[in-house]
Design a protein around this ligand. Structure first.
Ligand SMILES: NC(=O)c1ccc[n+]([C@@H]2O[C@H](COP(=O)([O-])OP(=O)(O)OC[C@H]3O[C@@H](n4cnc5c(N)ncnc54)[C@H](O)[C@@H]3O)[C@@H](O)[C@H]2O)c1
Length: 275
């Protein structure tokens, strides 16, 4: 390949596993990547949404399977892995999109850190961090055996800059940045330079997890929503479709020398001092 542009952004026929694939971002990725010819497996706990997405994508001609799976239960993730290995033989990409926040792990408007609900704090750390570590162990082992694969994690702007209120979510996503680098080194040094582990750090998209923080019931911006827009040079929230291209690049051979990276996809939020 020396002297040639590595121009393969193709994900055609790749088996791509998306945890939280019944969610807003995971579901969008499932649908866009199925259109590119990838074979999609979505893993999640929401039966109804999972089956709806499976039906919609397969009716549109895509290849997709929903497997009800709890990312916090290793045996459940192993069952999903066994199905995929038996039916589709390989596992090329894991996208860890299961994650989110809980009200108790967020400091309320009139509260302080001393009001934090530790149970919710631990649940948010568990879902975002352990819920990424377990699938990375289970599917990463398949990649270690085949000596190839790509893992893409979901970080957040909250990992690197302090966003007020979301204390549990921020700690969990900061841990994702660290785990991404750690796992990248582990896989490269012990198994293969064809296994890559990266993350994207999305800026602000309006989804179920943050709608109430960003928008009022009438669709106007909350005070926090307005602060975020002012800190975003593009002056707007992102759309789910706008993160897909970066993830596609991280899944494809075009990024074959990229590992341990956390890529901001944020309309310039992380580049801007606000002045
Ligand atoms: N929306 C944003 O602005 C934004 C910004 C940065 C990062 N993220 C991250 O992107 C990822 C996807 O977010 P989203 O906005 O699509 O959220 P979402 O709530 O729509 O999707 C998350 C999905 O995870 C699933 N899930 C929850 N617990 C699970 C479990 N134990 N096992 C399996 N699945 C489980 C849920 O059923 C849901 O479908 C999350 O990690 C989120 O933190 C979102």
């Amino acid at each position: 390949m020396k002297g040639k542009l590595i121009n393969s952004f193709s994900i055609k026929d790749k088996v791509i596993v998306i945890t939280g694939g019944e969610g807003v971002l995971g579901g969008t990725l499932a649908s866009l990547f199925a259109e590119e010819g990838a074979k999609i497996v979505i893993l999640g706990i929401d039966d109804t949404r999972g089956s709806e997405i499976e039906k919609k994508i397969s009716e549109g001609g895509g290849i997709i399977k929903f497997i009800k799976t709890n990312v916090l239960d290793k045996a459940s993730v192993e069952d999903a892995r066994d199905w995929i290995k038996t039916e589709w033989k390989s596992i090329d990409v894991l996208i860890n999109a299961a994650g989110g926040n809980r009200p108790g792990a967020t400091i309320g408007k009139d509260e302080t850190i001393f009001d934090l609900n530790l149970d919710d704090f631990n649940k948010v750390i568990g879902l975002n961090l352990t819920g990424t570590v377990i699938p990375s162990m289970v599917f990463g082992e398949v990649m270690a055996e085949s000596k190839r694969g790509a893992i893409v994690n979901f970080s957040s702007m909250a990992a690197s800059r302090t966003l007020t209120r979301v204390v549990g979510y921020s700690a969990a996503k900061a841990a994702i940045d660290n785990f991404t680098r750690w796992m990248a080194v582990e896989m490269a040094k012990k198994f293969s330079d064809r296994i890559r582990v990266n993350a994207i750090a999305p800026g602000f998209l309006v989804t179920n997890q943050n709608r109430d923080l960003l928008l009022n019931k009438d669709g106007s911006l909350t005070e926090r929503g307005g602060d975020i827009i002012r800190q975003t040079p593009f002056g707007r929230f992102g759309e789910a479709e706008e993160i897909a291209g970066t993830i596609l690049w991280l899944c494809s051979d075009a990024s074959q020398f990229v590992t341990g990276a956390v890529i901001p996809v944020d309309g310039g939020f992380s580049a801007y001092s606000g002045v």
